[in-house]
Write a protein that binds this ligand. Structure first.
Ligand SMILES: C[S@@+](CC[C@H](N)C(=O)[O-])C[C@H]1O[C@@H](n2cnc3c(N)ncnc32)[C@H](O)[C@@H]1O
Length: 448
């Protein structure tokens, strides 16, 4: 168990939180004696946060209070600023795949660049669309990811090794999009009959390629793009106007949308839509970047599993975890992904997504996840665990998370609150800002 006395000493005030070297002041970099840490030359992470002023605001330092497993209270230094922002340089175009409740690539980047170095393993146990593993790979770190939904691997893996645009075009021209099979008639509320025929032909093509062991990285790329283009709110998608692509409405709701808007699905050129999105995704994928990805792609480990049982990941192997778990019942991943699951032939009933109805039930699940994270982390490794404000800020999950990590033997080093003016970023969460869901990033940083 970590020593609460030390924690209180280390973080009972802003001044005391700023240490000058290991081991006595609980350094944020890996312990002395091992490989040189990436932060040896840079100031310790908490000092970097205190000094942070990249967007014109000084960092505010406060305290977060949380219960300890012994029944007492602990206080953790809390740093508030706009650490990453919509005004920052856009993230790489390869990230442009919609997923409900994804975080911005700038979030994992902030930790990856300060707490790891090239070649280190960076892991997300709830990877969603794969923001953390992809950003890690783009920065020359080994990407490791897990999600209980098999969709995540389908969305993430192809972007770690993108094919050339010409390979995509050639392959698309080889696929017979008239070689279709029956698709559920209900889907005609979203798609023109010919478009649905082409989608069903693609679906059948992927199944055959898989069954014959022929599905390669070009097919996997096309499948990723097709998954991303199924439904959306513009002509760049296969469907008639509907919700943004990270939320598939039910057939019944789509019927209502069609009636209200007086619309019927137009025919779409499935090949052209896929090619256009491929071009956009790869628009910042030059030779240097492909070289960087090539160095780590063959070491990548992406798994479909529950985050609390990941025997595929070696003990003491991971330098940094950056993750964001499902928050209580805020996001209905199963409802959002039903159409993508149909296309990818995933049975949604077989995907055991964690949906906790109370903070105590959620804490129990997260505690078992923290035990698994403590196993896979290297000594000195970090976990940046992002939670949101849920239920209009009345539930502070960062307070609930601290005892979960503590009981797994991890030290809560600090809390970071990214206090950001929300404009378009609300799209990232897929919900109206302040209506429900989350509106700030709140991260608890632990260390093994
Ligand atoms: C908040 S999202 C993560 C989004 C991710 N940070 C991104 O940028 O795309 C939470 C993810 O947890 C997954 N999930 C839910 N329960 C899980 C479990 N028990 N084990 C692993 N993944 C789980 C969901 O499928 C969902 O993709």
């Amino acid at each position: 168990m970590p020593s609460l006395r030390n924690l209180e000493f280390a973080f009972s005030s802003k001044e005391e939180a700023v240490g000058d070297g290991c081991p006595d002041d609980l350094p944020l970099s890996p312990p002395c004696g091992g490989r040189p840490s990436p932060t040896v030359a840079a100031p310790p992470f908490d000092q970097q946060l205190t000094a942070f002023n990249e967007h014109g605001e000084a960092t505010r330092v406060t305290l977060t209070q949380a219960g300890s497993s012994g029944g007492g209270k602990i206080e953790v230094a809390t740093y508030v600023n706009e650490f990453w922002t919509a005004r920052q340089r856009q993230a790489n175009s390869l990230h442009e795949v919609s997923y409900r409740a994804c975080f911005k690539p700038q979030l994992p980047r902030f930790f990856i660049e300060r707490l790891t170095e090239p070649g280190d393993w960076v892991y997300d146990p709830f990877m969603g669309r794969g923001t953390t593993p992809l950003e890690a790979a783009l920065m020359g770190r080994v990407p490791v990811g897990c999600d209980v939904n098999p969709l995540s691997v389908l969305l993430t893996k192809p972007r770690l090794n993108p094919p050339a645009q010409k390979q995509v075009a050639d392959r698309l021209s080889e696929i017979d999009l008239t070689d279709s099979e029956a698709a559920p008639e209900d889907l005609l509320v979203f798609f023109h009959p010919e478009t649905l025929g082409a989608i069903a032909a693609l679906r059948r093509y992927f199944r055959r390629r898989l069954e014959t062991g022929q599905l390669d990285s070009i097919d996997a790329w096309i499948r990723l793009v097709a998954l991303n283009r199924l439904t959306g709110h513009s002509k760049g998608f296969f469907s008639v106007y509907t919700l943004p692509p990270n939320q598939a409405v039910s057939v019944k709701s789509q019927r209502r949308i069609n009636e209200r808007r007086g619309q019927v699905p137009d025919r779409r050129d499935v090949r052209a839509v896929i090619l256009k999105k491929s071009r956009l995704l790869m628009s910042e994928c030059g030779l240097d970047l492909r070289r960087t990805l090539g160095l780590v792609e063959n070491q990548a480990l992406l798994i479909t599993a529950s985050a609390d049982r990941t025997p595929q990941i070696l003990s003491n192997s991971v330098s940094l975890v950056v993750t964001s778990p499902p928050f209580l019942k805020v996001v209905q991943y199963e409802q959002d992904n039903w159409l993508r699951c149909w296309f990818a032939e995933i049975d949604p009933a077989s995907v055991a997504i964690t949906m906790s109805s109370s903070v105590s039930a959620w804490s129990e699940v997260m505690t078992s996840v923290f035990h698994e994270l403590a196993r896979v982390l290297k000594p000195g490794g970090h976990v940046a665990f992002e939670v949101g404000e849920v239920q209009k800020g009345t539930v502070r999950l960062e307070e609930a998370v601290i005892p979960c990590g503590l009981s797994a033997g991890l030290e809560p080093r600090l809390v970071m609150i990214n206090d950001q003016e929300f404009t378009k970023t609300a799209n990232c969460w897929g919900v109206g800002n302040n209506a429900k869901g989350t509106n700030t990033n709140r991260i608890v940083l632990f260390q093994k």
